[in-house]
Design a protein around this ligand. Structure first.
Ligand SMILES: CC(=O)N[C@H]1[C@@H](OP(=O)(O)OP(=O)(O)OC[C@H]2O[C@@H](n3ccc(=O)[nH]c3=O)[C@H](O)[C@@H]2O)O[C@H](CO)[C@@H](O)[C@@H]1O
Length: 355
């Protein structure tokens, strides 16, 4: 039986692509184990999917000054030792890492055990964790063809975004029932990224009375971001985060308002959902979502609304524009297909051997 260890965490975007691969490998009798942090978002998601999980110590790798920068290197060192021991015990044939700061100790622990490591990068420019992990890795798969320009030629392989197969199997009727919505008005799904997005939540809630005249709204607002005063509003449902219900809710949705996190937008693209993307600003990130959104805009897949222009009225205008042009967006999205992504990645994993 072949064995694999998965890692990746910190936000769901560093976990859900693993969930696309894991069931496919289990169907082929692979033994799967997940190593993540002791209390990150990955723990709940992975354990919720009944995948064996072990938490290790992890520290955040920051590019900016913070007093924690003095404590965290010790946590990372501790994480390396724990990961080394776990990998030595499990003896996997291969490690697959989706990035996020918890993945670095696992990748180093694998390298020390001479276990081949494969990485996946979802954005056009690599994140800090993957940049560090790259020197210990055999190959790095990428979601965007444009990402190849930012990575060493001999290591990079363009595969596209691994999408969970369950997402393609949702039912509109079940989604409507779950939400308590009807067929009378189109449905907007608002997704602020896996951790929510305060600015988007505020703008959507300010626009809500206008939106609800023509639409029903399902709002995935992130942990701790529900507005209790809006509970029970007709045509509006809010959730902090949904897992097994997501396929049906997406099947019911007609339009999307979202951050431009790579995994979410490729899911919307695969499902042909016209989208308004509000990328996380450069002030709050390395600007990866701006590049993601611009790449999608260039292909005619989305309308981009920049955070500095985000207010109630611009949001309402954007919704009106995308609804009016929805058929054109859908037509453009029909040109996209990445059916081979999972098979291609699995082909590399099956050939991997411990040195
Ligand atoms: C703030 C931040 O650093 N964001 C980054 C993070 O985003 P983030 O973690 O938000 O990642 P993505 O948008 O890429 O993916 C979110 C994933 O969570 C799932 N989901 C979300 C909400 C929910 O209720 N249920 C659910 O299952 C989505 O379907 C998707 O699969 O990683 C992405 C991929 O590296 C980057 O592009 C983003 O810039």
């Amino acid at each position: 039986m072949k064995k694999i260890v998965f890692t990746g965490g910190g936000s769901a975007g560093h976990v859900t692509p693993n969930l696309a691969l894991i069931p496919k490998l289990q169907q082929r009798s692979w033994d799967v184990h997940y190593i993540g942090s002791k209390d990150g978002i990955e723990k709940g998601i992975v354990e919720g999917a009944s995948i064996p999980y072990t938490g290790i110590s992890s520290g955040k790798l920051r590019r900016y000054f913070d007093l924690k920068n003095f404590k965290d290197p010790f946590k990372v060192m501790m994480g390396v030792m724990e990961a080394y021991a776990l990998i030595r015990k499990h003896k996997p044939d291969v490690v697959f890492s989706k990035g996020g700061f918890v993945s670095v100790p696992v990748v180093i622990g694998a390298w020390l055990n001479k276990v081949p490591v494969f990485l996946h990068e979802s954005d056009i420019t690599p994140g800090l964790a993957n940049k560090i992990a790259l020197r210990f890795a055999t190959k790095i798969f990428v979601t965007f063809e444009e990402a190849k320009a930012h990575l060493p030629k001999e290591k990079v392989i363009y595969t596209g975004s691994p999408i969970r197969e369950d997402l393609l199997k949702g039912h509109r009727e079940t989604g409507l029932e779950l939400l308590g919505f009807t067929m009378r008005k189109p449905i907007i799904i608002v997704m602020g990224g896996s951790l929510g997005a305060k600015r988007i939540n505020e703008a959507v809630r300010a626009a809500l009375p206008d939106l609800l005249q023509h639409y029903q709204v399902v709002h995935l607002c992130g942990k701790g971001n529900k507005d209790e005063s809006l509970e029970g509003t007709e045509g509006y449902r809010q959730f902090e985060y949904i897992s097994s219900e997501l396929p049906d809710v997406l099947a019911a949705a007609d339009l999307v308002i979202s951050r431009a996190g790579s995994n979410s937008i490729f899911e919307f693209l695969t499902l042909k959902k016209p989208m308004i993307l509000i990328p996380l600003s450069k002030a709050a990130s390395r600007g990866d979502q701006i590049l993601n959104a611009q790449a999608f805009e260039k292909m005619g897949y989305c309308h981009v609304l920049y955070e500095e222009n985000l207010e109630k009225d611009t949001l309402l205008e954007a919704v009106q524009h995308v609804q009016k042009n929805r058929l054109r967006y859908k037509e453009n999205m029909l040109r996209y297909s990445a059916e081979n992504c999972l098979e291609e990645i699995m082909g590399y994993l099956e050939k991997a051997r411990k040195k």
